[in-house]
Design a protein around this ligand. Structure first.
Ligand SMILES: *Cc1c(COP(=O)(O)O)cnc(C)c1O
Length: 462
């Protein structure tokens, strides 16, 4: 298997190089150059298999020849050993709707599913290369804690995560700052999340800084993150009757990585109804499906609209580029044209690509008031507490009924967003046992001015 850049760079990479590189040199995202198929018999053979066994079966063609099946088994085994449920991603139910719980990892959000594996992959490839690397990232809360959990204690990796001082929730900060491993460094910058992100971009753009620390990124454009997420679409489809029956997935969407993984599972042969993209008020994807025009709304010039589902607060979805490439017939020149137009406001999809998009996807949008109402209703009618991201997807699913059994992806544990859950239900969601003492643990972080200079010095161990 080889990986090609959506923007047409001449080099086609192995899995190892695509994972270590993250973004292609031409700014494009890596996509597989072929789609291994799961036949009806292959899907039947997965019935009764564990999550880890399905992961190895689904991922092995994508990682060859960089990893042998035995190596992949070992890494998958280590990646999912820290989950607090033996099914890794268990299925439950709220009324007639299936709920896929993706929050049983160390930081209580679905990003753990991919980042636990990515940390293992980085460490393995670095050991083989005999080098060390430094993961550098900025976070407003969620991704940072999942990245730290994926990289902590790894032999060949250091991780520096920048967060805006006193601007993350206490649960989010503590999930990062109470990690004691010596390869984890938390930097609280006296600025905004945008300042943190700008500094990370700046340091990545300095060839000398990049080379000195062998900087690498764990953001959601890494191909391995999307691939790791394909696995649970397969386990769920098989559990609910694939290949003989279809399922419909409804996915709370921000950067489009999660729902893209669903589409990739479908390309591999998993039968499913059109994927439902659920958005909050930051609804560029829902508007694109409705109008064929991918552009920011006039009133978004000032930035994202902050909502109760902050992990979905986006202006544009970075992983949409991978789907767009496919909709445009794998044509890098056409893709580059659309991305250039996006810089100056947006682009319109031609009728052909728009028809393909609408054949594969539907979308719905929910605002904060509906999100709270859905959390309240789910508690009152079913006695189940759900987080605001899950609530957005459940709300969209219930407002667009279908004959096909529906699976809503529950992307965060309710205790990760206690304020919204309290507001809707009056109930305080309890942290799971492995986190119960989070507020008693010792924190460790440095407070620094929000400048590239300060972070550069910190990277040097100063
Ligand atoms: C990141 C995240 C999302 C959005 O996922 P994308 O892959 O960016 O679309 C949804 N819910 C939660 C809780 C998240 O952390």
């Amino acid at each position: 298997m080889r990986y090609m850049s959506t923007r047409g760079h001449k080099d086609q990479l192995t899995f190892e190089d695509a994972v270590m590189m993250g973004l292609a040199p031409d700014g494009g995202l890596y996509v597989p150059d072929q789609w291994p198929q799961l036949s009806a018999d292959d899907l039947r053979a997965l019935r009764g298999k564990s999550f880890q066994e399905v992961a190895v079966r689904v991922l092995s063609p994508f990682v060859a020849p960089s990893l042998t099946v035995t190596e992949l088994e070992t890494l998958v085994g280590k990646a999912y050993s820290g989950f607090d449920h033996s099914d890794i991603a268990p299925l439950t139910q709220v009324g007639d709707t299936h709920i896929l719980e993706l929050f049983h990892g160390p930081t209580l959000a679905f990003k753990d599913v991919a980042l636990q594996l990515l940390g293992q992959l980085f460490d393995h490839f670095l050991a083989r290369r005999g080098t060390r690397a430094t993961v550098l990232g900025a976070t407003s809360g969620d991704t940072g804690s999942a990245a730290i959990a994926g990289c902590r204690g790894r032999d060949n990796l250091d991780i520096f995560i920048l967060h805006p001082h006193e601007r993350t929730s206490a649960v989010q900060r503590r999930q990062m700052t109470t990690v004691r491993d010596s390869n984890v460094k938390n930097l609280a910058l006296t600025g905004t999340f945008d300042d943190c992100q700008a500094i990370v971009k700046q340091l990545f753009s300095e060839p000398e800084t990049r080379a000195r620390h062998n900087l690498c990124a764990v953001n959601s454009i890494n191909t391995a993150r999307v691939l790791a997420q394909v696995v649970y679409y397969v386990t769920v489809a098989v559990a609910l009757g694939a290949p003989d029956k279809q399922v419909r997935f409804c996915v709370p969407t921000g950067n489009f990585g999660d729902v893209l993984a669903g589409h990739w599972a479908r390309r591999m042969g998993v039968p499913m109804a059109p994927l439902v993209i659920a958005t909050n008020e930051n609804d560029i994807l829902a508007r694109t499906l409705a109008t064929g025009s991918y552009r920011m709304a006039d009133d978004e010039a000032g930035g994202v609209v902050p909502t109760l589902s902050p992990s979905m607060d986006i202006l544009v979805s970075s992983n949409f580029e991978r789907l767009l490439f496919e909709l445009l017939g794998d044509d890098p020149a056409a893709l580059r044209g659309h991305m250039a137009d996006l810089k100056t406001g947006g682009f319109d999809l031609a009728p052909g690509p728009l028809a393909k998009l609408r054949a594969g996807f539907q979308a719905g949008r929910t605002d904060d008031a509906q999100t709270l109402a859905r959390i309240a209703e789910t508690w009152k009618e079913h006695g189940v507490l759900i987080d605001p991201h899950t609530a957005v997807a459940l709300d969209v699913a219930l407002r667009t009924p279908s004959d096909v059994p529906t699976v809503v992806l529950a992307t965060a544990h309710p205790a990760k967003f206690p304020a919204a859950v309290m507001k809707a239900t009056g109930e305080h969601p309890a942290l799971p046992p492995h986190m119960a003492d989070l507020f008693d643990r010792q924190e460790r972080y440095a407070v620094l001015p929000a400048t590239a200079e300060a972070v550069r010095t910190a990277l040097l161990g100063g």
